[in-house]
Each structure stands twice: as C-alpha cells, then as structure tokens.
Ligand binder design. Structure first.
Ligand code: MF3
Ligand code: CO
Ligand code: CO
Length: 273
C-alpha cells in the first residue's frame, strides 16, 4: 500500500494524522517561517520581487528542502509575492518596490515529505496608517480563527470568527480563495473558508492538519485573475493583505507549525528589532 493510503480519513475525506506526524510538520513549518524571518532584511525600496524570490529559492535549497511551488501546476517560482492590490498568487518579477508598497510573501517548503506553508506581510519604506490597519486586522483575523480550533468545534466556527472580526472593522473577507488541508500533500480536503456560520461544516478532530490564510480587502471582496492565469487582484483596486499559518488540531486545541522563531509578524519588524 502506498504512503498516501495510510491512515484514517473522515467521511468528508479529511485525513487524520498520527500524533507522531506532528514532529515532521513542525520541522517543515519552522523552516518556512525561518525563511520568512530572514527575507525581511531583503525587502526595501528599489528591490525587485524577483530578487526576493531568488533569495528564497536559495534558502530552501541551502536547507536541503524542496520548494512546493516550483513545478506546481506550471508555477515556476519558490514564492508568491503579492504587492498592494494583488490578493494572492503574485508572480515574482523585475518590478521594483516603491516607498509604501505592502506585500505578502508566501512560501511553501517540503521537508522529508512534509509541507510547511506560511505567508506574512512586509512593507518597503514607510508604512502608511491605512495599510497598517489593514495588516493588523488581517493578522488578528487569522489569530482569532486559529483560537477557536479545538476538537468538537467546526470549520464554520473558524470562518465565522474571521469574518465577524474583519467585517466589524469595516473591511471585507475574500471569498474566492480559501485555506486547505496539507501534510504529506500540498492541497487536500477540506477547503478552509474564511467566512461562515457557527456550528456548520466539518467537525474538527485531533490529527487534522490545515492552513488558515485569510485575505482581507480595504474595499470590496471581489477579485479577478489576470491574463497570466495566476495573479489575483481586487476588482476595485483596493489594497489587500493576507497572513497564513499551517496548524494541527491537538487533543485540546491547536499547534501552529509556522510561528516565527524570532517573533516577527508585523511588517515593520526586521531581524534587528
Ligand atoms: N502557498 C499558496 C497557498 O497558500 C499556494 C501557492 S500555489 C502557487 O496555498 F503555485 F501559486 F505557488
Ligand atoms: Co496555503
Ligand atoms: Co501559502
């Protein structure tokens, strides 16, 4: 029997991992988070997103890991870098960052077959007040979603916690993209929606591994995908932000696999802060 057939699945097709599988996820998650820590020093006015991606690829290789995104559905880069009104799946390139640009950097690595997937917000130059609020609300929304994760609660509880907080701050949650199960594979059931009603959706069980990765817009929620078939932008050109963690459900709550080893999550934090 192949490895993918090992273990139990719920009736909704969600894989239940063993307690011993958490260790592999921690190693993969920590590498992805460490790379995001280190990349902060390389985000500045005049820098290109292509150069940031090159540095990320180099760090993945130096760690003896593999990039999960290179070769994924034809994608060619070690990261997605989504600037300003780009919601997600921004393709690194030779455009230079300008003063005040905000950007999400999303990295997924494979270590010993385990996937670590995480993203954070950064700023080039000076962060203006409005984008700062957007970024803070987005991070807080992710953490509020994570905090309701425990056996017996549902995926709808997660989505509701995120949506209620974002809309309470008069911002909008993107509904065109969602989080996902991961573990031995990149994207697997369930779809983790960032909106919903309490008590709906699959029930959380110990051993479920998935991402939560809310995208939040200052304007309306609608997105469109550009002709490159990857880049998703806000239809109204409003600013968008995103944070992503890979987590596991434990007997009494959750474990975050992708926490920053140096406590960096605010876009103005650099290594020396
Ligand atoms: N890391 C993204 C996620 O959070 C997926 C990127 S797929 C890519 O699921 F091909 F665009 F890189
Ligand atoms: Co993801
Ligand atoms: Co990701």
């Amino acid at each position: 029997m192949s490895e993918t057939h090992r273990g139990r699945q719920t009736k909704d097709g969600i894989r239940i991992y063993d307690p011993s599988d958490f260790a592999g996820m921690h190693v993969a998650g920590r590498l992805a988070a460490t790379i995001l820590d280190e990349v902060a020093a390389h985000v500045f006015v005049g820098q290109t997103t292509g150069e940031i991606d090159r540095i990320i690829e180099e760090k993945v290789n130096a760690a003896g890991a593999k990039s999960a995104t290179i070769g994924y559905k034809g994608y060619k880069h070690a990261s997605c870098i989504s600037v300003n009104h780009v919601v997600c799946h921004g393709i690194p390139g030779d455009k230079k960052l300008k003063d005040g640009d905000i950007l999400n950097i999303d990295v997924t690595v494979i270590v010993d077959g385990w996937f670590g997937d995480t993203s954070r917000m950064y700023v080039a130059g000076k962060l203006a007040r409005k984008p700062e609020r957007l970024i803070e609300v987005t991070h807080e929304a992710l953490m509020r979603g994570i905090e309701v994760v425990k056996p017996g609660n549902t995926f709808g509880d997660i989505g509701h916690a995120i949506q209620a907080f974002v809309e309470g701050n008069r911002m909008s949650v993107v509904t065109d993209f969602c989080g996902h199960g991961l573990g031995r594979v990149f994207h697997s059931p369930p779809n983790v929606l960032h909106y919903g009603r309490p008590g709906t959706g699959s029930v959380l069980e110990p051993g479920m591994f998935f991402t939560i990765e809310p995208m939040v817009n200052l304007g309306r929620a609608e997105t469109k995908t550009l002709a490159d078939d990857w880049t998703a932008v806000t239809r109204d050109k409003s600013l968008s932000a995103q944070y992503e963690h890979s987590i596991g459900v434990t007997e009494d709550g959750f474990e975050i696999f992708t926490l920053s080893p140096s406590g960096m999550f605010h876009p103005t934090y650099t290594k020396s802060d």
